[in-house]
Design a binder for this molecule. Structure first.
Ligand code: GAL
Length: 513
C-alpha cells in the first residue's frame, strides 16, 4: 500500500510534488491506515549516466539529489520507492538498467548499489526496450533481466520490495502465462497488463471508470498466480481523482480489495475530498484487501450488468461483493445458498462495510446498489452452515481481446457451449474435492474423445487436473478441455497454439503450485 506519482502527474513533477504528497499521506491519516510506500515513477533522471556510469537524478527536478528525498520520506515514517527499467531505456527514454541494444554490459548491480545507498525500499522495474540477443526469445530475455535484478538486490543485501512489470509486456501473447509463472521466483508483485487511465490536466473530468473495469477484468481470472508475498498488481488506485465519481471510487477500492491487490494510490492527495479520503481509508474494506490468506475473489456469477464476488478470509469469515457496472440501480437479495452454503437455513452475521450496519443473525444480504457502485460485506456463517462449496463460473478469455471488460471472458456452459456470461443455470459450476466439474447435479466427462455431461460417478473420466498455466487435463485420457466458441467443448492435445481455448479460470483457484 502506498502512493506513486505516475497516474496523476506522469512526468510533470519535482521533489516538491513527491514530498507534498508524502506529507498529505500522513496528514490525511491514509499513512496510518497502511498507505506507506512513496514511489517515484519514470522521468526522475537524466537520459545519460555520469562518467562513472551512475544514474543521475535530474537536477532540475531534484536539486538536492535523491538521497535527500529518501531521507525526508523516511523522516515522515514512510518507505521510499523508485522506478527503473529492465531494458536499455525506461519507457520515457531515460537510462535503463538492462543490457544495451545490440548487447553489452548491464547496470543491474551498479544501480542496485546506488539505490541501496539512497535508502530505497521498493523498486518498480519496468520492461520497455528489453534487448533480446539473436536466437533468444523475448521471454528468455525478460526472464534473464528480471533474474539479474533479483540477484543484484540480493547481493546488495538491502530488503527491497521488487515490483516486476514483465508480464504486462506479454499480455495477449501465448507466453503470458509462462511469464506469470516465473515472476514469483524473483519479485513480490507484478503488473500483468495494460496501464490504468492517467489523469489529463487538460480534461480533468474525462471519465476513467471504464479503465478501472478493464484492469479488474483482466486481473480477476489470474488468482492462481497469487499467494501471500506474491501478488498480481492490477495497477494504481485512481479513485478520488478526476474522472472518478464517489460510487466509482468505492467500486475500485472494493474490487481491488476483493482481489487482494496492491493498493497504490496515484492521485493528487492534497486535492482529495474528505469523502474520498474516508472511502480510501475505510478500515473494514482495507482489512479485506490485507487479509492474511491473500485470496483472489471467486466470480460466483456474472450477468450483463453485475458481478457477484466471494472471498474466503482468515478466521472463518468471508467477504461478499456485488458490482453494478450497469447504468441503472440494482437491487440484490442473496441467500446463503447463492454463496455456496448447502444449508438453506444457514444464518450468518454480516457487516455492510460501507455503512457499517451490522446484522447479528441474518438469512439474506440485501442492498440497493447505485450505477457503478459496489456493495461489500463481511459475513461470518454460523457453524451449522458448514464450509461453502467451490462454486462459480468457469471462464476462458474471449479471442480478439478488444478492451471490453464485459466481453473479455466467455463462460463455459453445461450445454457444451462456450458463450457470453449470462448467469444461466448451465453456467453455474461446482468443483468437487475429487476434481470433478459439476453443474445441475451432473458431471463433465470425457467419453470416447467427446465431452459430455454424465451422471456423477467416481471415475477418472470425470476428474480434471488443473495446472498453474490454466489447463484442465482429463485424468482419464490426459487430453485438454478445449472450448472454442464455434465448436463448443472438445478434447484436444494440450498446446500453446490453442491458448485461449485451453486456459480456464475456475472458482476459487486453488494454490496449484
Ligand atoms: C509504463 C508503466 C506505467 C509507468 C510508465 C512510465 O510502462 O506501465 O505505470 O511506469 O511506463 O513511463
Amino acid at each position: 500500500m502506498g502512493w506513486n506519482d505516475w497516474a496523476h502527474y506522469q512526468c510533470n513533477f519535482t521533489a516538491q510534488t513527491i514530498l507534498d504528497n508524502a506529507r498529505a499521506l500522513v496528514r490525511t491519516g491514509l499513512a496510518a491506515r497502511g498507505y506507506r510506500t512513496v514511489t517515484i515513477d519514470d522521468c526522475w533522471m537524466l537520459k545519460s549516466r555520469d562518467s562513472h556510469g551512475n544514474l543521475q537524478p535530474d537536477p532540475q527536478r531534484f536539486p538536492h539529489g535523491m538521497k535527500a528525498v529518501a531521507k525526508a520520506v523516511h523522516a515522515l515514517g514512510l518507505k521510499f520507492g523508485i522506478y527503473e527499467d529492465a531494458g536499455s531505456q525506461t519507457c520515457g527514454g531515460f537510462a535503463g538498467s538492462g543490457v544495451p541494444q545490440g548487447g553489452g554490459q548491464d547496470h543491474f548491480l551498479q544501480d542496485a548499489k546506488l539505490f541501496a545507498s539512497w535508502g530505497v525500499d521498493y523498486l518498480k522495474l519496468d520492461g520497455c526496450n528489453v534487448y533480446a540477443a539473436p536466437g533468444d526469445s523475448q521471454n528468455t530475455a525478460y526472464r534473464a533481466a528480471y533474474r539479474a535484478e533479483s540477484a543484484a538486490l540480493f547481493e546488495v543485501g538491502r530488503h527491497v520490495i521488487f515490483s516486476e512489470s514483465a508480464p504486462a509486456y506479454f499480455q495477449g501473447t501465448p507466453d503470458w502465462y509462462d511469464v506469470l509463472s516465473w515472476v514469483r521466483f524473483y519479485g513480490h508483485l507484478w503488473r500483468e497488463g495494460s496501464d490504468i487511465a492517467t489523469f489529463d490536466a487538460k480534461a480533468p473530468n474525462a471519465p476513467r471508470f471504464h479503465s478501472v473495469l478493464w484492469n479488474y477484468a483482466y486481473n480477476l481470472p489470474l488468482g492462481r498466480f497469487q499467494s501471500p508475498g506474491n501478488w498480481n498488481d492490477a495497477d494504481f488506485i485512481i479513485g478520488g481523482d478526476g474522472g472518478m465519481t464517489p460510487a466509482e471510487t468505492r467500486s475500485q477500492l472494493a474490487l481491488w480489495s476483493m482481489m487482494s491487490a496492491p493498493l497504490i494510490l496515484s492521485s493528487d492527495l492534497g486535492a482529495l475530498s474528505p469523502a474520498a479520503i474516508s472511502v480510501l481509508g475505510n478500515r473494514a474494506v482495507l482489512s479485506v484487501d490485507q487479509d492474511p490468506l491473500g485470496r483472489m475473489a471467486t466470480l460466483l456469477r456474472r450477468t450483463p450488468s453485475s458481478d457477484l464476488l466471494f472471498k474466503k478470509l482468515a478466521g472463518g469469515s468471508y467477504a461478499v461483493a456485488v458490482l453494478n457496472r450497469g447504468e441503472q440501480p440494482l437491487h440484490v437479495e442473496l441467500h446463503a445458498v447463492d454463496l455456496g452454503f448447502a444449508q438453506t437455513g444457514c444464518q450468518f452475521s454480516s457487516v455492510d462495510l460501507w455503512s457499517g450496519a451490522r446484522e447479528p443473525s441474518a438469512l439474506t444480504l440485501q442492498a440497493a446498489i447505485a450505477a457503478h457502485d459496489t456493495a461489500i460485506w463481511r459475513i461470518r456463517p454460523a457453524p451449522a452452515c458448514g464450509a461453502p462449496a467451490r462454486m462459480g463460473v468457469v471462464t476462458r478469455l474471449a479471442s480478439g481481446r478488444h478492451r471490453d471488460p464485459e466481453s473479455y471472458v466467455l463462460c463455459m456452459a453445461s450445454t457444451g457451449k462456450v458463450e457470453a456470461c449470462s448467469d444461466s443455470p448451465a453456467q453455474r459450476w461446482t468443483v468437487t474435492p475429487a476434481g470433478s466439474l459439476e453443474s445441475s447435479g451432473r458431471c463433465l466427462a470425457a467419453a470416447n474423445g467427446m465431452v459430455l455431461m454424465q451422471r456423477c460417478v467416481s471415475s477418472d473420466a470425470q476428474r480434471w487436473k488443473y495446472t498453474l498455466a490454466g489447463n484442465l487435463i482429463n485424468r482419464g485420457d490426459r487430453l485438454c478441455l478445449t472450448g472454442r466458441s464455434a465448436q463448443g467443448l472438445t478434447l484436444e492435445i494440450c498446446g500453446h497454439h490453442l491458448l485461449d481455448s485451453q486456459i480456464w479460470s475456475l472458482p476459487n483457484d486453488p494454490a496449484t503450485r
